[in-house]
Design a binder for this molecule. Sequence first.
Ligand code: RP5
Length: 337
Amino acid sequence: MPPCVCRAAAVTKQVVWRSLVVGSLSIGNVAFGWGIKDKIVSRSRTCTFAFTSHLPFSGSRTASICRMLHYKARGLDDAVEKLSYPGSEVKRAHVPDEHVKFDKPWSDYQPVEYTATSVLAGPVWADSQDASTISFNKIDGKIDRQSFTGEYKIDKETGRPLNPVGRTGMTGRGLLGRWGPNHAADPIVTRFLEGKLQFIAIKRKDGGGWAIPGGMVEAGETVSLTLKREFGEEAMDLNSKSKEEADKIMAKIDEMFAHGIEIFKGYVDDPRNTDNAWMETVAMNFHVDDSIAAEIKLEAGDDAGAVCWMDIVPDLKLYASHKSIIEEAAKKHGVVL
Ligand code: RP5
């Protein structure tokens, strides 16, 4: 039976072109950044960026993050301001573009304080509510509290870390467990089918829509293990299998994930981000040929409600910054959207 191929994430309405920078990509010591008008419009190894927007930036990784704006982290999606925070009735305070950066004082700023009760309950993946005793910008025991964006600042009054991109209209941690960076890993499994590039996408159960089957790096876990574990759990329903079946699936994933290309490492414009807690990820591409692709039995599990091979097309609509990350992966295969 042919594998499920879906285009469900295609945007049906006209996308409003907007100018934004959603990420930075580092290769060696060179930091890349991009501005998009719903797609990447410029990139350069020389670190000089010519945008069609008013957002040129250049220089180091830190300089890149200084100029970057986030949108979903302010409750904006498709240029529509919703302000609502995922999984709650809580609304963020409105933050206009010109007030995003913390280094520009804004005396009228009144962010909404919110940390979900599931986080306040103190599960193993969450910090305690008092941030003042945490060693930020360091490896803290088994938890990596360093940011790919460089050293982040700590608010002198509250002892809380400050989002390196800027204001989000919300303080606290929202749904995120860690103060500061919350590290994730995103496996991008691609193939060509009848000349079309596809990737394995999952539909998030939290209402976030279609996404790369990524997940949080657990305390003490390596990124390479997170990539395999999350792919196994979300795209192949590893957790519902017997030990014997699970071992076979993991052996297949080990083989598939033996050679990957790093696509992105940095800040994610995630709708759960707050002024004090944010997502960062490492995205790796694993390209498979027909014979390996035929052996991948897709089955949604864990946080995924559905899974499929999805065409990589210009009108993709994906969770957080995933569209830009997928576009970057597509370029590695000669596909420019
Ligand atoms: C995104 O959230 C990351 O890129 C990753 O895909 C995901 C991790 O969070 P969960 O899927 O574990 O909620 O920012």
